[in-house]
Design a protein around this ligand. Structure first.
Ligand code: VTB
Length: 328
């Protein structure tokens, strides 16, 4: 047996790759039927239902660690829910519809997202905000750092890339809380791509700046989305840091109950997603990296990214689902 022969969990993970793509495909098709209708809740619910029933067909014993919310606020895919029809014990992080508002408006970059990881290897993040910074692969370690100012980070990134700061584009969520950050970035001369929603896609976009035009992701989004983005970066390379925004006693207590001792800790990618990870995402609406679902007379097409951290294999799956076939 060569050293490269996958063993135990690794081999199982490999077999799961296509299974997980099927799950995000099903959720994307369900959400896409409701895109552009102005009804975020309906699109989200359709994605949740489809993802849950597809997940329950997969041969895993999965525990949702990043999901739709706490058990009392989310009836399905809540944190702690077990999914799958039995098999290896794995942790699951999911967002059945990342970018509900952009989906409801049929704007770019809404995705269905799923990450499966070895038991106990994903940060159990509370549903609070997280400050994030991310850049793509091939740059010096710690070229950017949340402890530095936006000006310092952009200057360091430009230097490492051998370009002027004005040649950089930062992706930032369009929120009032980012007024200062946006002003500071504009002051440096860098361009900003403001997004309405969907910072998992925003972070992933930094991994392929030539394709997406995005060099750096900055700002405050959801902590669960931060863990999902970290799982993706484990497979693509690239750097990210996250710092939970635990600005009330209640949030600090909640985080403590989830095992977080230092409320100010800056997490690296590996600290948010350790161990072997498989990450899958299917486009719901058209985006920079993934096309959205298309409906035709006799078939539906989907575009999925499915990646494995162990081998760093990145697959793009374009699937044609014939309408009328028993499993799309
Ligand atoms: C982001 C974004 C999500 O939440 O994490 C954002 O990626 C942060 O929260 O798509 P606010 O909307 O409160 O700013 C989402 O928009 C999902 O709600």
């Amino acid at each position: 047996m060569s050293d490269k022969t996958p063993t135990g969990g690794e081999a199982l993970h490999r077999l799961l790759t296509l299974e997980l793509a099927r799950v995000t495909e099903q959720a994307a098709i369900a959400a896409a039927r409701l895109r552009g209708r102005g009804d975020e809740k309906a699109a989200d619910q359709a994605a949740v239902d489809a993802m849950r029933s597809a997940l329950n067909e997969v041969a895993i014993s999965g525990t949702v660690v990043i999901g739709e919310g706490e058990r009392d606020e989310a009836p399905m895919l809540f944190i702690g829910e077990t999914v799958g029809k039995g098999g290896p014990e794995v942790d699951i992080a999911l967002d059945p519809l990342e970018g509900t508002t952009v989906c409801a408006k049929n704007l770019p970059n809404s995705l269905t997202v799923l990450a499966v990881a070895e038991n106990g290897s994903l940060l159990n993040a509370p549903d609070v905000y997280m400050e994030k910074i991310a850049v793509g692969p091939g740059l010096p370690q710690d070229v950017v750092n949340l402890a530095n100012t936006p000006e310092e980070n952009l200057a360091a990134l430009a230097k490492a890339k051998g370009v002027a700061v004005a040649d950089l584009t930062a992706c930032i969520l369009d929120r009032p809380r980012h007024a200062q950050l946006i002003a500071a970035v504009r002051e440096t001369g860098a361009a900003i791509r403001l997004i309405g929603d969907g910072d998992v896609a925003g972070v992933i976009h930094t991994t392929d700046p030539e394709e997406t035009g995005i060099d750096i992701y900055m700002g405050i989004g959801g902590a669960p989305e931060g863990v999902l983005a970290a799982a993706a970066l484990r497979c693509t390379g690239g750097q990210m840091q996250g710092r939970l925004q635990l600005n009330t006693n209640e949030k600090r207590a909640r985080a403590e109950r989830m095992g977080i001792v230092d409320p100010y800790k800056i997490y690296t990618v590996e600290e948010m997603a350790a161990g072997n990870v498989i990450f899958a995402a299917t486009g719901v609406t058209d985006g920079n990296l993934l096309d959205g679902v298309r409906f035709y007379r006799d078939r539906i097409t989907t575009h999925t990214l499915v990646m494995r951290s162990h081998s760093r294999t990145i697959r793009e799956v374009r699937a044609h689902h014939y309408v009328g076939s028993s499993s799309a």
